[in-house]
Design a protein around this ligand. Structure first.
Ligand code: OSB
Ligand code: MG
Length: 368
């Protein structure tokens, strides 16, 4: 791909409102923007989606920076690739560190698509012109949750997700259902339960939830299979699925009926597409997860969600859901509940250079 340089930008932005889960609260979001430039001066962009602390997965902004700086960028410099899939395979020689890998791999996908004058969605086999948009409400206050749902409903969102845990489940969902009996609603537990909570979890069948996301620990594949046999609500796995093999095993064991795919969590678009293709073949619906991301990752998510197996509205919301001003231009908008899939080359959004500079903490350049 004739790469001439890789530039990393660490950025930080405050969220419009705190994002609360039982694992902690995100108030400010740090992230890594990856820019890969080729000898013709064309740039592709990716985003490292690890958080400042390892609350969601083991990676952090600092571990990602280390992996990119000391391992992945040097590996790419030593091994010329002609397609992003070759980079994905090359990065397999490095264990885990999926979010760091994905940031770089996805910048290559954007660059590759731009060089071929095709949209990223069309390069990966996307078939949709628009994506149905869902939104997440993450608060420990029932009043705030009800107000946010009301607001997001008026903005057209088609699917609503709330965060639950053993201290905030039955009564919380009951109150939401009292106000919104027919709302397309799901709940994400981010591993807040164990199988000891089986009776508690069974009761959540009362609420006609679209699904319950990641009720048990990330490595509880067998326990999820036992749980799924005891509850009517479909289980969707998030944290448990970090590789294609995980997806295969979860489906074979009956540990879930739905999978949330996040490119960052699985190491990039190549692995995300592989999981998608398998799920499509097996008739398991998938949806695109969110990482409180900036516009570049959001744009990649839109391309991913244009694949045919993404039949459930994902956590792809407008830039304005979290940010006063995003780092892309135009920003991602939701119209009548849908996001348009760009048809212009690459991710289809350009960089808002002024905003990128304003929120920048650090940058470093690697010449090839
Ligand atoms: O568990 O799906 C999750 C955000 C950060 C980390 C993990 C998760 C989330 C969300 C999605 O719930 C929020 C979004 O970006 O829309
Ligand atoms: Mg989740």
């Amino acid at each position: 791909m004739n790469i001439s340089a890789v530039q990393l930008y660490v950025i930080k932005m405050p969220l419009k409102s705190p994002f609360q889960t039982h694992l902690g609260t995100v108030i400010e979001r740090e992230g890594i923007i990856v820019e890969v430039t080729d000898i013709d001066g064309v740039s592709g962009y990716g985003e490292g989606v690890a958080f400042s602390t390892p609350w969601y997965t083991e990676e952090t902004v600092k571990t990602s920076l280390h992996m990119l700086t000391d391992i992945l960028i040097p590996l790419l410099k030593k091994n010329a690739v002609s397609h992003p899939e070759e980079a994905a395979v090359l990065f397999k020689s490095v264990k885990r560190n999926h979010m760091a890998k994905a940031g770089l791999e996805m910048a290559l996908w954007d660059l590759y698509s731009k060089k071929h004058a095709k949209s990223l969605a069309s390069v990966i086999g996307g078939t949709r012109e628009t994506i149905a948009s869902g939104v997440v409400v993450a608060t420990d206050s029932t009043v705030i949750a009800l107000n946010q749902i009301e607001k997001f409903l008026s903005e057209g969102y088609q699917r609503f997700k709330v965060k639950i845990n053993p201290k905030q489940d039955y009564a919380f969902l009951e109150e939401i259902r009292r106000h919104f009996p027919d709302l397309p609603l799901m709940a994400d537990a981010n591993s807040a339960y164990t199988l000891k909570d089986l009776e508690r979890l069974k009761k959540l069948d009362d609420f006609n939830l679209l699904m319950i996301e990641q009720p048990l620990a990330a490595d509880d594949i067998i326990e999820h299979s036992k749980l799924q046999k005891s509850i009517r609500t479909p289980i969707c796995l998030d944290e448990s699925i970090v590789t294609f093999e995980d997806a295969k095993q979860a489906i074979e064991l009956g540990s879930c009926r739905v999978i949330n795919i996040k490119s960052g969590r699985v190491g990039g678009l190549y692995e995300a597409k592989k999981i998608h293709d398998y799920c499509l073949e097996k008739g398991v619906p998938v949806w695109c997860g969110g990482m409180i991301e900036f516009g570049i990752s959001r744009a990649h998510n839109i391309a991913l969600a244009s694949l045919p197996g993404f039949t459930i509205p994902g956590d792809i919301s407008a830039s304005s859901r979290f940010w006063e001003e995003d780092i892309i231009s135009p920003e991602v908008t939701v119209n009548d509940g849908y996001v348009k899939v760009p048809t212009t080359p690459g991710i289809g959004f350009s960089i808002n250079q002024k905003r990128l500079k304003d929120v920048q903490l650090m940058k470093s350049l690697f010449k090839f």
